[in-house]
Ligand binder design. Sequence first.
Ligand code: MG
Length: 339
Amino acid sequence: MQLRFHPYTLQLRHTFTVSTYSRTTTPAMMVEVEEDGIVGYGEAAMPPYLGDTLESATSFLSQTDLSKYEYPAAFDDVLKDIDTIASGNHAAKAAIDIALHDWLGKKGGFAWYQAWGLDPSNTPLTTFTIGIESNNDILRQKVREADTFKVLKVKLGSENDRDIVRTIREVTDKPLRVDVNQGWKKKEKSLEMIEWLSTQGVELVEQPLPKEMIDDQAWLKERSPLPIIADEAVVRLSDIGEAVGIYDGINIKLMKCTGMHEAYKMILLARAFNLRVMLGCMTETSCAISAATQLSPLADYADLDGASLITNDPFVGATIHEGKLIMPAGFGIGVSPKQ
Ligand code: MG
């Protein structure tokens, strides 16, 4: 099997700003695997804060030799093997995993939701993320632009969290999901905020405290009126055990956990521990979003708006209609390059 890859710059629909830092693009590495005249597509999305870079992905992918596997469709073995090339590189590993899934589905004539026995009409609603915004006029405008989405995700963790929620509530009464990105530092203050948020139509809170504050998080879970979902605290399958009893659920992202194969195993394990499951994403093209959409009927919550944040999506695949994910047609992960 041949492996090809090339960098691709995702153009953001809106400038992404956090305090003094802002960007209008985000790097990605597009991956193709080919055998028997069939091409499988994969993608590594690499927002700067995750540690993966074009250089590290290039180095990792250059060391990956898929031609040495007699049966590359045995991706459980292949992925275990490439995991030993280097630690980290989760996005690059995910790109290979997604491409192998796409290839195998196309080769075998099935889509992954079919292989997993899922009803394609059971895709969840996806949230649309409203980033931290200190200008209330812009904030109201962002909420209006998300008009077709039925549930919004709001980033909190700044000084003016209550103002942000109140401003959004001037414009919409849609259910909100709050992502704090480890931004609160005190458990008592967090509980107070969560109690207030529970009166504001908020459904859940994602990663309120820094992931290292395990005892404080356990304390908070005991008392919180809203479910608390781990994001930064749970990266791969082996992290799930540590979330039990401390969080109510986990946010699984293909770029964190090395792809569809591990994500599927994480969902099963999370269920065994009675954890809720959110499927999340980075800023990504329809390639990685379609891969996640294949799994989405298994999720309680989806946050798969990544492809709607960019203006130069090179693929046709999963779409969003009135806030609901639409399973793409086609085999594999259901994507084809735009003509
Ligand atoms: Mg998050």
